[in-house]
Design a protein around this ligand. Structure first.
Ligand code: NAD
Length: 361
């Protein structure tokens, strides 16, 4: 770990900008030296938090002592700020969703390459414990080969805030939460996508989606369902996965859940029929006691380099980015495909083959 202080300015000092400010107080490498926001009240909040306030983005970019710009504005202006900052020879950390359209990210990636500066997107939910737990179950074949996985977040408070209700700002829940869940899924499952089918919901009457469901199949045989809802007064589990020898469930962000696996090599009694509604069933009866074992979810190893430390390692040429721009681009293109599938009510096949041409530039 180096002792050098990198100077960083937060552009957009709202909810997430101030959260970064708090988190970075603990960081040994990065020093937040100031902020820039278009709103007077957010400038005042920044001053109250002890940060210098820049009068304009141009003033931030003209300050040679600034190494990093961290973009935490609404999504529609990420690209213009990122490209300007990269052209001013700053490294850039950008909030998710990186941009609204994939062409914008390609432009940013070209600017980063041309200026030889790092551009890294804050896909922070790759570090979430619930995700790392299901990833461990998947990677270590704890329930055998996973062939079905469901990832959900469901709230009952509608779309939050102001700009998230508007298309022009890149609002809607697919871009807001979908980006995290899709990023996690694609980071975990190393296989090409063979089909995408989606529906978006507009229950609340906004011009942007208040939730969605997408069914994604992979070349390695995995079927997945990703779902985001903001009108769910009863929540389904955060994760549900079926493997060839068991099932895993993670209910919430506190990692409540369990694993149930089949017992092999023991003599198992046939399940006893149960009364189910107006009929009898053996098929849907609970397995006999000896047939299965229930265990706790595995504990995850938390040694993965932190987001900010990885950013510094990348800038110093010591590590590859944990969040690669090509991966971020694939997720963005997947979201574009989800919009297309929902609009046409059609399955989009061979997503990765279709998209390959766009990734190369
Ligand atoms: P917010 O509305 O609370 O804050 C945005 C701030 O940007 C506001 O203070 C606004 O005045 C300012 N702003 C707008 N346009 C600007 C411009 N051109 N230049 C400078 N400042 C400008 O929004 P938020 O919830 O903090 O979201 C900001 C970004 O962070 C979004 O991209 C969002 O998706 C992302 N976000 C990420 C996470 C995460 O977990 N990674 C969580 C929440 C939000």
């Amino acid at each position: 770990m180096t002792n050098r202080n990198y100077h960083l300015v937060i552009v957009g000092y709202g909810g997430m900008g101030s959260y970064h400010g708090k988190l970075l107080k603990e960081n040994q490498n990065i020093n937040v030296v100031g902020t820039y926001d278009i709103l007077e009240e957010r400038r005042a909040a920044s001053l109250a938090d002890g940060y210098k306030v820049y009068e304009s983005l141009a003033a931030v970019l003209a300050d040679d002592s600034v190494d990093f710009v961290l973009i935490a504005t609404p999504n529609d202006v990420h690209k213009e700020i990122a490209v300007a900052a990269l052209n001013a020879k700053k490294h850039v950390i950008c909030e998710k969703p990186v941009t609204i359209y994939s062409e914008e990210l390609i432009e940013i990636m070209q600017a980063a390459k041309m200026n030889d500066r790092a551009f890294i997107v804050h896909q922070n939910r790759r570090w979430d414990e619930d995700f790392l737990t299901i990833k461990k179950v998947y990677d270590e074949l704890i329930i055998g080969d996973v062939f079905h996985i469901e990832s959900r977040v469901q709230g009952a408070n509608g779309i939050p805030g102001d700009w998230r209700h508007q298309k022009a700002y890149g609002g809607g829940m697919l871009l807001d939460w979908g980006v995290h869940l899709l990023d996690q899924l694609l980071f975990m499952i190393d296989s090409k996508i063979t089909s995408v089918y989606a529906n978006l919901s507009y229950i609340l009457g906004n011009e942007v989606d208040d939730g969605f469901q997408v069914f994604i199949t992979f070349e390695n045989g995995i079927n997945s369902l990703v779902e985001v809802g903001t009108t769910n007064f009863i929540q389904l589990p955060r994760w549900y996965a079926k493997g060839t020898t068991g099932t895993a469930v993670i209910h919430d962000w506190d990692i409540n859940g369990k694993i149930v696996t089949q017992n092999r090599g023991v003599e198992v009694e046939a399940p006893k029929p149960i009364k189910a509604g107006q009929g009898l069933t053996k098929t849907m009866a609970p397995p006999s006691e000896k047939a299965v074992s229930t265990s706790d979810l595995p504990k995850v190893d938390k040694t993965m380099e932190s987001f900010y430390d990885n950013v510094i390692s990348v800038v110093e040429g010591k590590a590859e980015p944990i969040i690669k721009n090509e991966e971020v681009l694939r997720v963005l293109q997947l979201m574009e495909t989800i919009f297309k599938s929902a609009e046409t009510n059609e399955v989009v096949k061979d997503f990765d083959r279709v998209m390959d041409g766009k990734i190369l530039f």
